[in-house]
Design a protein around this ligand. Structure first.
Ligand code: GYE
Length: 334
């Protein structure tokens, strides 16, 4: 009996040691930052996966920050909720990552959590959209696009496409309200509307950068209009909204493209360029999602003891039917 209890005690001890060891492995895997000195640890908070652009952007980050290149990437998808992003950033602060990469859903509400990152001495690189903080030094650098100038390119195309003085009937589908992409692209259209009194804004709706929400909003508008609206231009703030708008317009018997409604979008992802080539989408203004390498440059500058430039903008093109060749479609990375 005595021998039996001694054996039991030894076994229990061994099991406990084993469990503790397993627990350490689990902790390590969860935080992902235990063999820290070997890697530059990047804690990234992504908006979500609402659009083709966003998926390409996440892919670019994952391809850039690999262990082979000396990084450990902690990736969090916030499912388009700011509170999830704030939670992720706080977790990264606790884990004492080396850098925080933040792609904010909206501009406001970041002051406190970025102060916390500052107190912890962690540089914050804001990517894609911007944050609106009282103390701009809370942001180490920003990498992204100039959304107002993208909007201006779209507006200039409309000005060139339709003779001046002609009445134009425009439907505007906005992106996620309060995001920099929405604010800039909307401001460019608003400025054009006040410059052209002959342009008439028929309707403005929130498409939240998604195909499904835009399809619903557009169908609702078309089905409930007291008389069938004459529409010249649908200004969509991203490609996925344009897919939803075209679907809804066609379901109601509208023709999209030459001789029909000019649908405009931003991003210029692969499927949108196919729609430009097929003539359904009249204009695509590029917004480059391959931002990983640019963020890496900023990190490498800081690692080398340099102070990076505050703002890094990306070069972007404009596509109409003549610009989209098979070679371009084949070589398109996103
Ligand atoms: O245009 C849209 C995405 O902020 C630039 O967000 C980004 C926008 C992009 O979901 O497709």
């Amino acid at each position: 009996m005595k021998r039996f209890s001694l054996c039991m005690i030894i076994m229990i001890c061994m099991i406990s040691i084993l469990l503790a060891a397993c627990g350490r492995v689990a902790d390590t895997e969860e935080s992902g930052i235990s063999d820290d000195d070997k890697y530059i640890v990047v804690g990234l908070s992504q908006v979500g996966a609402e659009s083709d652009w966003r998926v390409a952007d996440s892919e670019s980050m994952k391809q850039t920050f690999t262990e082979e290149k000396g990084y450990r990437l902690l990736f969090d998808d916030a499912r388009q909720k700011q509170e999830n992003q704030i939670g992720a950033v706080r977790k990264y602060i606790q884990q004492r990552v080396d850098y925080i990469v933040l792609m904010p859903v909206g501009e406001d509400g970041w002051d406190s959590v970025l102060q916390e990152a500052r107190h912890a001495g962690i540089p914050v690189i804001v990517v894609d959209r911007m944050v609106n903080v009282k103390d701009s030094s809370l942001v180490t650098a920003h990498v992204g696009a100039d959304f107002y100038s993208e909007g201006k390119k779209a507006v200039e195309w409309i000005e060139g496409r339709y003779p001046s003085g002609r009445n134009l009937h425009i439907v505007h589908i906005q992106g996620t309200l309060g995001s920099t992409a929405q604010i800039g692209r909307t401001a460019a259209l608003d400025d054009a509307l006040s410059k052209h009194p002959e342009w008439q804004l028929l309707a403005r709706m929130d498409g939240d950068f998604t195909q499904a929400k835009t399809y619903e909003a557009m169908s609702d508008y078309l089905e409930n209009a007291p008389v069938r609206p004459i529409i010249d231009v649908v200004y969509c703030e991203n490609d996925n909204e344009a897919f939803g708008a075209i679907e809804a317009l066609e379901a109601q018997g509208y023709l999209c493209g030459q001789g029909g409604v000019s649908v405009i979008s931003f991003d210029a992802t692969h499927d949108a360029l196919v729609a430009v080539k097929n003539g359904k989408l009249s204009l695509c203004v590029e917004c480059n999602p391959m931002l990983g390498p640019l963020v890496e440059n900023v990190i490498q500058e800081i690692e080398a003891g340099k102070v990076p430039e505050k703002n890094h903008y990306v070069e972007e093109a404009v596509f109409t039917q003549n610009d989209v060749t098979d070679e371009l479609l084949e070589s398109r990375e996103y």
